[in-house]
Write a protein that binds this ligand. Structure first.
Ligand code: ZN
Length: 257
């Protein structure tokens, strides 16, 4: 089970970058985790929509969801060309389906088209879903809106944790306990800023990685131009395992390292 970084930027993508988007894949196919600005064109360089088994969105901030608009049209095109026979399961946070459809309606009644591309689902905290050979679990995190962290479990029990966007909160350690790889936002530079913006610092990411016993901590969700080596150094004050700053197009093995 591999994790590929399609984009790592927030809240916008700098030149040649994409906002956040990740792909989890194995021999049987792949799923997309987040679909922020600029993700689809980069995704299509590597992956076929015919093999896309589902899309999970943690929350509807545009750096996590804006490319659902081009993705819907790309899936429609794929259906029209006979490259896919079915819509793609799109898993949104509670309340997300109505919100997304309301936006589409205001964009010229587009919801009719997107209903052919996406089979909408709303996940719920602690109710696992199956996508391909994976199981995904959800937990509401601390981002001031409906936003969920995700834990993806592979067939051999490998586990990927993804914080989505969050500040520190009491349940994060319990939810992510024992994951092999933690993909963790490390957006802001001070704990005051973390509290006021509902994000994490790199030091908090390091503390969380250590508390849950992860073997690999991948930092992500960076403002364009961020000194990512400094982020790694700050996380390493608290986490002694492997630390990586997410790089566009990099692939990281989950478990079995
Ligand atoms: Zn956000």
């Amino acid at each position: 089970m591999d994790l590929r970084i399609i984009g790592r930027s927030s809240p916008y993508a700098g030149p040649g970058e994409a906002a956040v988007g990740y792909v989890v894949d194995n021999e049987g196919g792949h799923m997309m985790l987040e679909c922020g600005t600029g993700v689809v064109a980069k995704y299509l360089q590597r992956y076929k929509l015919s093999e896309l088994q589902g899309v999970i969105i943690s929350h509807l901030h545009p750096d996590h969801s804006a490319d659902l608009f081009p993705l819907g049209f790309a899936i429609l095109h794929s259906l029209q060309q006979g490259l896919r026979s079915r819509p793609v399961h799109l898993y949104l946070p509670p309340g997300g389906v109505d919100t997304f459809n309301a936006v589409l309606e205001h964009l010229g009644g587009l919801q009719k088209h997107y209903a052919q591309a996406f089979a909408y689902r709303e996940y719920r905290a602690h109710v696992p879903i199956s996508i391909g050979n994976w199981k995904a679990y959800f937990h509401r995190v601390y981002h001031g809106m409906s936003c969920h962290g995700v834990m993806v479990e592979g067939e051999q029990g490998q586990r990927l944790g993804y914080t989505a966007d969050t500040k520190m909160g009491p349940e994060l350690e319990r939810f992510f306990q024992g994951v092999d790889l933690l993909l963790c936002e490390a957006t802001v530079d001070s704990e005051e800023e973390a509290q006021s913006t509902n994000h994490l610092t790199a030091e908090e990411a390091g503390r969380l990685g250590a508390a849950i016993g992860a073997s690999h901590l991948v930092l992500t969700h960076f403002l364009p131009g961020t000194d990512v080596d400094m982020k790694k150094c700050l996380a390493a004050r608290h986490f002694s395992g492997k630390i990586t700053a997410a790089e566009i197009d990099a692939v990281y093995a989950v478990g079995g390292e």
